[in-house]
Design a protein. Structure first.
Lengths: 392, 338
């Protein structure tokens, strides 16, 4: 499982270049999949950022946090407040959103990281639930409760007013010096931020710091015996991943300037866990894949309704089409979460390493077969190799 | 004084539900060593047992409405009422208590199937993976319930005879004005009885004794030639029954909907942690304690001093306990203390 392959910085740069091309050309190659519209692609980017940040904590150190949605929520609220008070420019919103979630993570991490294992999970869960409950009740002046925090015509927007930009009749949209935060331009803002945060994430993975985090995962006691105090490293990882979540939250506010408390609920924290596990915990690119796949299928599956299904199964005889459509209907549309839950269970049971493990298993199987092929009569040998590949 | 008395009752009542769910959770953890995030979903399925029974009992046919004379009017009347008259009406009225009869075998079956088909493969896997797979299971169960029963809460009535309020103040010398709903009193009594039953099962039967021995030292019990795994499976079933019954009886208090389980899961986990993982008396004590704390903190006098305290008190207690005494109030020394 542990990937000890040495990767040269040059290879990393090539990898980054490929990733950039893949991400930036998304509007083109997603066309055949019917996913090339900006809203969805923005979601890919935003949840990608959220998931890679989460992977820094869960993937590298093995600390399972069930409260990361709180940071996402804080990021969103801060960004919307920045739009309201300072400026519609996204830069202050992103900076404040990220920084404030970082501070918030510092406070929560300071307490939660005193415990490990399931206690850590429950502590983070407790803090997230507290923030969620408070956002709904006492903090209503800040969060606007159930309605959610929205922009209004009469917001202060001090910096914008100073620069002489006055809002006209319609509500202003978040922008980056005039580039709007919605539509394709919004996607490119998100994509740029994803690439920047992925580069930082890659550097963390390759750094001695990342290695120490992995050491904490494999054996925290031994780490202590060799003279490392693990707490500061865990703390740093926790804060970094909180900041990633905050960045994702502020981006959510950039693409749609509305923040609600339901973003902080613990099932929302569960979602990022799902994404990370599905893609592959602790792998470099897995969380990105997971975010893409989950958001894509969420979008595609939720769109199915009964009429669409009946059309799809119209090639069947009438008496069969209705029951089949009804059964399939359980799993799509409203029932999309059912499919998600099932897939997630299957992944945890059979493929704890997620999709990335599946890919590497397949790759190993194929290379083993190719190696064994030239030697005729090495049938036994080949089987043995496959068996050992299956065990890993 | 009256207010305090009522808050204590309120808290005991809420605490009864917490204690029942937490009891099952901690029992499963103590025996199988599994952290079961699907336990809330079991509670929710118990509640929907009551809904199902009510649905079956009120299956209706169209009957001519005799009170309307100048045109033909029909109204939906349950078969039971058509066939048995007032007896049928009474049966429908008592649907929630009657559901218990159905819920016991159904929940036992659900528990055993769940344990044999999924949980047993996770004994040896890390807690994180147990949490994840049972979290997935919880999502699946709640979505199934949602697709069959819809997303809206389905109110269930308590039997008419106990749907009013009891003049409980008179009993305790607090005056006639202090009243409390009958059904909540019944719920409290029911939870105490159930807790008592579980404890006497574990302490006064040979079967229970073996289970406790297995909790303390599994290997030795196995070496004595006892199939401890089968007994633990039964214990899982019992935990499911306890949670399920807690759900059935809770339906008149809170109309069940599909995410009822998730709401209670987090709370009951906190209860288990406060009481001590694997400690049964701890779970009961912490359940009632947190219930009472929660109702006291929702008094206006308290809320004036600490705004919002009622929303966070339980989590706050959990944080304090975990930081100062990680094994919980009554946890055994050395169990899950890291």
């Amino acid at each position: 499982m542990t990937n000890t392959k040495i990767v040269s910085p040059k290879q990393d740069l090539i990898f980054m270049a490929i990733l950039s091309v893949v991400v930036l050309t998304m509007p083109i190659w997603l066309q055949p999949f019917g996913a090339a519209y900006p809203d969805l692609m923005q979601k890919f980017m935003i949840f990608g950022i959220f998931a890679i940040g989460y992977n820094i904590l869960f993937g590298l150190t093995g600390y399972l946090s069930f409260g990361h949605a709180a940071f996402l929520g804080v990021g969103s609220y801060t960004a919307v407040w920045s739009f309201k008070l300072l400026s519609m420019n996204v830069i202050p919103a992103l900076i404040f959103g990220t920084a404030l979630s970082g501070l918030f993570a510092l406070a929560i991490g300071f307490v939660s990281l005193r415990r490990s294992g399931i206690y850590f999970s429950i502590l983070t869960l407790a803090f997230a639930q507290m923030s969620y409950n408070l956002a709904y009740s006492v903090l209503t002046p800040i969060t606007n409760g159930e309605t959610g925090l929205q922009l209004t015509q009469g917001d202060a927007r001090v910096l914008d007013r100073m620069a002489g930009i006055e809002a006209d009749a319609s509500l202003p949209t978040p922008n980056l010096f005039g580039i709007e935060g919605i539509g394709y331009s919004g996607f490119y803002i998100c994509a740029a931020l994803l690439l920047i945060s992925f580069f930082i994430y890659l550097r963390i993975f390759r750094s001695p710091f990342g290695l120490k985090l992995r050491a904490i995962k494999s054996n925290q006691n031994r780490m202590g015996y060799t003279g490392f105090s693990t707490r500061p490293y865990l703390m740093t990882a926790f804060v970094i991943s909180g900041m990633y979540a905050g960045l994702a939250g502020s981006l959510l506010a950039v693409t749609d300037p509305l923040a609600g408390a339901e973003r902080m609920q613990w099932t929302a924290s569960g979602e990022v866990v799902l994404i990370t596990i599905l893609g592959g915990v602790g792998t470099l690119i897995g969380p990105l894949l997971g975010a893409g796949i989950i958001k894509y299928f969420e979008n595609i599956f939720s769109a199915f309704n009964e009429t669409v299904l009946l059309n799809a199964f119209s090639f069947l005889p009438d008496w069969l089409a209705h029951p089949v459509a009804a059964v399939v209907g359980l799993f799509v549309g409203e029932g999309w979460h059912l499919t998600l839950g099932l897939v997630f269970m299957l992944i945890v049971i059979f493929l704890p390493g997620g999709i990335m493990e599946g890919i590497s298993r397949l790759a190993r199987l194929i290379t083993n077969r190719n190696k064994a092929e030239p030697k005729s009569g090495a049938h036994e040998n080949k089987e043995k190799e496959q068996a050992s590949a299956g065990e890993v | 004084m009256d207010a305090i008395f009522l808050q204590i009752l309120n808290g005991l009542d809420k605490g009864g539900a917490y204690a029942l769910i937490a009891l099952g959770l901690t029992l499963v953890f103590g025996t199988l060593g599994v952290v079961n995030f699907a336990h809330g979903a079991i509670f929710m399925m118990g509640a929907f047992c009551a809904v199902t029974v009510e649905k079956i009992l009120t299956l209706s046919m169209r009957v001519r409405d005799e009170s309307v004379t100048f045109f033909e009017a029909y109204k939906e009347t349950p078969y039971l009422e058509v066939w048995f008259g007032d007896t049928g009406k009474a049966i429908i009225d008592w649907s929630v208590p009657l559901s218990i009869i159905l819920a016991i075998p159904v929940m036992l079956l659900i528990g055993i199937v769940m344990e044999r088909s999924l949980i047993r493969y996770f004994y040896k896997r890390p807690h994180a993976e147990q949490i994840l797979v049972t979290f997935g299971l919880a999502i699946v169960l709640q979505e199934l319930v949602k697709s069959f029963f819809g997303a809206n809460p389905l109110p269930q009535g308590a039997p008419d005879i106990v749907s009013g309020s009891a003049a409980i103040g008179a009993v305790f010398g607090l005056g006639e004005a202090v009243v409390y709903p009958w059904w909540r009193l019944i719920y409290l009594a029911f939870s105490l009885v159930t807790i008592g039953l579980v404890f006497s099962f574990l302490h006064f039967t040979t079967y229970g004794m073996v289970v406790r021995a297995g909790m303390a030292d599994r290997e030795t019990v196995e070496l004595l030639g006892i199939n401890i795994e089968r007994r633990f499976t039964i214990v899982f079933g019992i935990a499911a029954v306890v949670a399920g019954l807690a759900g059935v009886m809770y339906t008149p208090v809170l109309p069940p909907d599909y995410h009822l389980g998730m709401d209670f899961l987090v709370l009951s986990f906190v209860v288990v942690v406060v009481g001590g993982m694997g400690s049964l008396p701890g779970a009961v004590l912490a359940g009632f304690l947190l219930g009472i704390l929660q109702s006291f903190s929702s008094m206006t006098e308290v809320k004036d001093i600490f705004p919002g305290i009622d929303q966070i008190i339980i989590y706050l207690v959990a944080v304090v306990i975990l930081l100062t005494r990680p094994r919980g109030l009554m946890g055994r020394r050395g169990v899950m203390e890291s």
